[in-house]
Design a protein around this ligand. Sequence first.
Ligand code: ATP
Ligand code: MG
Length: 244
Amino acid sequence: MIEVRDLVKVFDARGHEVRAVDNVSTKVARGEVLVVIGPSGSGKSTFLRCLNGLEQLDSGSVSIDGLDLANPKTDVNAYRREVGMVFQHFNLFPHMTVLENLCLAQKVVRKRGKAEREAKARALLAKVGIAQKADEYPSRLSGGQQQRVAIARALCMEPKVMLFDEPTSALDPEMVGEVLDVMKQLALEGMTMVCVTHEMGFAREVADRVLFFDHGKLLEDAPPAQFFTQPQDPRAQAFLKQVL
Ligand code: ATP
Ligand code: MG
């Protein structure tokens, strides 16, 4: 469903180039859950941003169901409608209620009528366990609740794939579980997901494959049972020693 081929993304950092994503190829099948891990600066966020068209690709290609981002004829907005993204900082609109946050893109992008978009929004709020917060402003919710709103907002667009960039890293420890539970539920329902996370328990339990990045390179791509017990690359071995 997602195909990444020879992807390269270079940044210019004060005169010298940083190969943030360095010749990465992989595929994600429908319903698969990938967990992406690696040291800080290894290119995890840049990789995700390339998957949803937030970055101009330097070379290589990224496609979803044959819609190719590298093809200049591809409508990037049409491509991005298929991809939901959730960030570390929830990025909710502070001046809008939870319900309004969930309805905005449905109205502007999907052109849904009021009744339809509100019904969708309420159904998804119920799904993530915060139906009663529809009319609150984001600042009156806990971090865990805000992140669940952000997930529900992305789901309102009925994306083919969900991307998560450290969705629990900004949360107090007691709120991590409620967000991971929502993600786990989504995975069980068959959502295709690519998740950057430091939650190794989630990776072990939920991931179909773990991808390990270092210096922009994809060094390991293996099922968790294999990755966590017998990582092949020395840098993956060293990384695991630190985090486990
Ligand atoms: P972290 O775990 O800290 O979030 P990461 O694995 O997500 O790190 P990226 O944010 O993808 O790493 O960054 C990869 C490399 O690209 C880093 O060297 C970073 O400094 C560089 N980089 C990222 N974005 C930019 C940018 N907009 N301009 C210049 N360099 C950038
Ligand atoms: Mg990052």
